[in-house]
Design a binder for this molecule. Structure first.
Ligand SMILES: Nc1nc2c(ncn2[C@@H]2O[C@H](COP(=O)(O)OP(=O)(O)OP(=O)(O)O)[C@@H](O)[C@H]2O)c(=O)[nH]1
Ligand SMILES: [Mg+2]
Length: 431
């Protein structure tokens, strides 16, 4: 447990109707009793009391006893009116009584250090707070409740029990006999398969976190900006009948089926001598190359041209061809839509929803977990190879210990202070 008591506002930007300030540490209750008139002689954990602060505002004090709080330490959450000055006064009053301003992420760091949560749960606290779509929130809730923690712990415990088996046969070979190599190999392979299933969730995790990027490309005047606007439901991009209206790319996030989708409107593709336009067109190509999907939009009333075919061939990747302005002409090629009459838009979104649907329920790993789990898997594969090569048992236990160590870095049991610091570095004040 830490010896100092920390304080910080735990609610967002002021002004707001109400704000909360949290104190955590051994002096939390004692400091609260000095800044809050109405603090009970015998506070009950989780029971709020109403009172007045020494600088005049009033609100609730909610005490939490040690081992029964978010951080695991004695804590108090204090509500006040959410003006900037009221929050500042309360924080200053707590500091005057000996509290220190909390560092970003320090409440959650203390919760981790006090064993209230593991690293995957601490990361999920941040994901929960940062969630912008339903699916992001659902996945964050999963991991915050410890689903990933349990999964990794189960795998790690299996590895640890394999180590015990190898070491027992090394130390007590006379009593319990030689290690059963075929059985050992089968068990290591089965743990490895379990691990691979978890590693395979990284792609969905990345999609969920960073969103599915769609570059809308095509000739000028095809209606790319119009499509962007109609999908967003707002006039984000400038639309005119002047070819070459969009000069730079514009990106916006849209929620589709609970998933974040990033729509990128780009400059229309055509030969040009205009310096600004050609720079914009270069960006269109870069955006298309880095996107998860490319939508090639053309004007159905102009028909499908050989230049359209040449452009999509040049992309060197699958492209979804979309025929716009079907209110003017029937298309011969591509998915028919009209941004003006909204024909075909529901179908377009429907097929996108199917494309980005997550695999069935389960924990998703993030980009920090992935290399650690992969390294654990590599050590297990090396262990299998060592069994095949009839390597000494000692080597098997070293390789298994290596796998267990990497798994422990995911949950935090074997994480270095440096790793832990990096995780909490991205948190903001009050988390
Ligand atoms: N009839 C009809 N006109 C449309 C439709 N979609 C867009 N337009 C019109 O087509 C013109 C060009 O639309 P934009 O959305 O600016 O086209 P763009 O592809 O972004 O063009 P650039 O930015 O120049 O590359 C505008 O006058 C729109 O009103 C449609 O479905 N039907
Ligand atoms: Mg445009």
């Amino acid at each position: 447990m830490h010896s100092d008591t920390i304080v910080a506002p735990i609610t967002g930007t002021q002004p707001a109707a109400v704000a909360w300030v949290r104190l955590s540490g051994p002096e939390a209750w004692s400091i609260a009793s000095k800044v809050f008139k109405g603090w009970p002689l015998e506070p009950n954990s989780h029971r709020a009391v109403f009172g007045t602060y020494i600088y005049g505002d009033s609100g609730l004090a909610l005490p939490f006893a040690e081992n029964h709080s978010y951080t695991g330490e004695q804590s108090v959450e204090l509500s006040i009116h959410g003006s900037r000055v009221s929050v500042r006064n309360l924080v200053e009053a707590c500091r005057a009584e000996g509290a220190r301003m909390a560092e970003p992420g320090e409440f959650t760091l203390r919760a981790f250090l006090n064993g209230r949560m593991d690293l995957t749960q601490a990361e999920a606290v941040k994901d929960t707070v940062d969630a912008q779509t339903d699916e992001q929130l659902r996945a964050a809730n999963f991991n915050r409740k410890g689903v990933l923690r349990r999964e990794v712990t189960v795998i790690r415990e299996k590895v640890l029990s394999l180590i015990v088996r190898v070491e027992a046969s090394v130390d007590f070979s006379e009593e319990i006999g030689e290690l059963d190599k075929p059985a050992m190999k089968a068990d290591v392979l089965s743990v490895r398969e379990h691990l691979d299933r978890l590693v395979a969730t990284a792609e969905s995790g990345k999609l969920l976190r960073h969103g599915f990027r769609i570059a809308i490309v095509g000739p000028p005047n095809a209606g790319k900006s119009s499509l962007m606007n109609v999908l967003l439901g707002e006039d984000r991009s400038i639309v005119t009948d002047v070819a070459g209206t969009t000069r730079d790319y514009v990106e916006e996030v849209l929620e589709v089926g609970g998933m974040p989708v990033i729509l990128i409107d780009t400059a229309g593709l055509r030969p040009t001598n205009d310096l600004v336009e050609s720079l914009g067109i270069q960006r269109t190509h870069t955006m298309a190359a880095n996107a998860d999907a490319v939508w090639y939009l053309y004007d159905a009333s102009c028909g499908w041209q050989s230049t359209d075919q040449n452009t999509i061939d040049s992309f060197d990747r699958p492209v979804e061809v979309i025929a716009n302005k079907i209110d003017l002409a029937d298309p011969t090629v591509g998915r028919p839509i009209s941004t003006q009459t909204r024909q075909g838009l529901a179908e377009l979104l429907g097929s996108l929803t199917e494309q980005i649907q997550l695999s069935p329920d389960g924990p998703l790993i993030n980009l920090r977990h992935k290399p650690l789990l992969e390294q654990a898997g590599k050590s297990l594969s090396e262990c299998v190879a060592a069994i095949d090569a009839e390597a000494p048992d000692d080597l098997l236990s070293v390789l298994l210990a290596d796998a267990a160590c990497h798994l422990g870095e995911v949950t935090g049991e074997t994480a270095t202070p440096d790793m832990i610091e990096r995780i909490f570095h991205d948190f903001c004040i009050g988390k």
